[in-house]
Design a protein around this ligand. Sequence first.
Ligand code: NAP
Length: 253
Amino acid sequence: MTGSPSKVAIVTGAGRGIGAAVAARLARDGFAVGLLDLDEASCASGAEAITAAGGRAIGVGLDVSDSAQVDAAVTRVAEELGAPTVLINNAGITRDNMLFKMSEDDWDSVMNVHLRGSFLMSRATQKYMTEQKWGRIVNLSSTSALGNRGQANYSAAKAGLQGFTKTLAFELGKFGVTANAIAPGFIATEMTAATAERLGISFEDMKKGAAQEIPVRRVGEPEDIANVASFLVSDEASFVSGQVIYVAGGPKA
Ligand code: NAP
């Protein structure tokens, strides 16, 4: 095994939550990190924190579902940090509703960010990985891929990402590029806090209730996902590809 010629990672949705924790962890692992997010200001502050700690990072604003913005952001990372060989497709949104109330916009928005976004980002970065004969793609799926009331759009997108991941593993393996998915259960972030608010319950009560249903009796933290991502992008994980790793404190949330 030759190891990574270019230790440069891109994390989408890195402005907060799981993406911010993964970006910080990969920086500690020695990667230069491109933090990409809709909100350039939020990922710029994450990049500054990494730089202040002695790492290399830049924040870039983009909408992952826009092809031109994706290509421009990936080119900028390549020019400023070096060829990206790690991609974490983490940007995500929810537009929950029961099927009979779900609008076409709720459906399309979720598909566009999760599926189209991961496709565009993977297509734009794979050339750097295949050129270097080393790469790692990690897609954020979810336990909702197994089905979840009120999430027809999100569960379909997260299940779709699992098929996408396995296909990338088949296509890119011969170039030394692996693709895996992490399927988190309940992770305490603004996404789950927003769900609590929509349901009209306090986030603390929601976390307590969720923890009782989870075998290890606690909800997840963004660092729980960052730990697994750190392994999947390492040299040691070179024989792990096309897998979906449920990180949910038990077999499923
Ligand atoms: P979060 O706190 O809502 O963060 C998501 C980030 O993605 C935000 O910074 C958001 O930017 C960014 N984003 C949204 N749409 C984007 C777009 N079109 N282009 C670029 N960036 C975009 O969510 P999280 O809980 O950390 O979740 C991260 C990932 O894990 C998501 O894919 C989510 O589906 C998945 N996941 C989360 C959980 C959980 O329990 N939290 C469970 C399973 C899976 P803005 O801040 O500007 O909106």
